[in-house]
Design a protein around this ligand. Structure first.
Ligand code: SAM
Length: 298
């Protein structure tokens, strides 16, 4: 019953609580009812950019004390906010778009409030990565949210190499001025065949979600300058070998067929039996053949 009071009625407010409030990533209609109640009820709002949050609040007729908390002042701002909590006040934390502390400031304040023993409560809502994953259609059971890759090409490629063998769907944030070079590096490190979903301007007027093979993504982006504008989430399939190996039913259908048949024939049959995509099985077969002892290789 602890949360009953917090969830009911208008003007959600419990004393000495830091509420971490998600706000829209584009479409202002995506603000949640509980987010609005919380913003109505708190004593102050700690905002990444006070101008952005002030506009959101004004749209809903809310006037609040706004405290800037951004990447350049977060450590300094924490003391003032802790003082409010100590005074029994409640504070909402917002960022410019989406969920605070997810590739955005907020974690320092959250950690400090928790360490000082104050209640920290999420008010969940929009998040670009989850929105993109929900429409990518991969259906993979596991995904890894990476956030922003490094801006420098050498570091970016190094990071990608470390991710290359993971059998998890990879989720990246990217800025418009870097999206082409990022996609080019994804292809260079992860190969041509994995699927990528380029989710752009989600929930906004020019929203687009394009799926293709990594080998085709650069050409698609180059095909129209509008495709390189706005905000991006890039979703890339997990490592094919590991994925196919993990999903192949039975004790290695492909491996058994490769023991008896030429590679292409084994791949054809394995695709029919398992329903896996032929090109994925083909890559898996090549990788297996490389590792195989000479007597079993074909
Ligand atoms: N905290 C936010 C969240 O919960 O998603 C993320 C903030 S991060 C600073 C901003 C990045 O998120 C953008 O560069 C872009 O990669 C992604 N993003 C934010 N809004 C988006 C949108 N409407 N469509 C696609 N990507 C978006």
């Amino acid at each position: 019953m602890e949360h009953a009071a917090a969830h009911g009625g208008t003007g959600e407010k419990r004393s000495a609580t830091l509420y971490v409030v998600a706000t829209p990533i584009g479409n202002l209609g995506d603000i949640g009812l509980r987010a609005l109640e919380t913003l109505h009820g708190v004593d102050a709002v700690a905002a990444e950019d006070t101008r952005v949050t002030r506009r959101l609040l004004a749209r809903h007729g809310i006037t609040k004390r706004l405290i800037p908390v951004h990447e350049h002042n977060e450590k300094r701002a924490v003391e003032g906010i802790l003082a409010l909590l100590r005074d029994g006040r409640s504070v909402a934390l917002t960022c410019d778009a989406g969920t605070p502390a997810i590739s955005d400031p907020g974690a320092v304040l959250v950690a400090a409030a928790r360490a000082a023993g104050f209640r920290v409560a999420p008010v969940p809502g929009p998040n670009a990565a989850i929105a993109a994953l929900s429409v990518c259609g991969f259906g993979a059971p596991h995904h890894l949210f990476y956030g922003f890759l490094p801006a420098r090409a050498a570091s970016r490629r190094r990071e990608l190499s470390a991710l290359a063998r993971l059998p998890y769907t990879l989720v990246f944030y990217e800025a418009p001025h870097r999206v082409e070079e990022c996609v080019s590096d994804l292809r260079a490190v992860l190969g041509d065949t994995r699927r990528i979903v380029i989710a752009r301007e989600l929930t906004k007027l020019f929203e687009s979600v394009h799926a293709c093979a990594l080998g085709e993504a650069g050409t698609w982006l180059a095909g129209n300058p509008d495709r390189r504008k706005g905000e991006f989430v890039l979703i890339v399939e997990g490592a094919v070998e590991a994925k196919a190996a993990a999903e192949t039913p039975g004790p290695g259908v492909l491996e058994a067929l490769m023991d008896e048949l030429p590679l292409r024939r084994a791949v054809d049959l394995a695709a029919r039996i398992t329903g896996e995509r032929k090109n994925e099985l083909y890559r898996l077969a090549l990788a297996m053949r490389k590792k195989a002892v000479p007597s079993r290789s074909r």
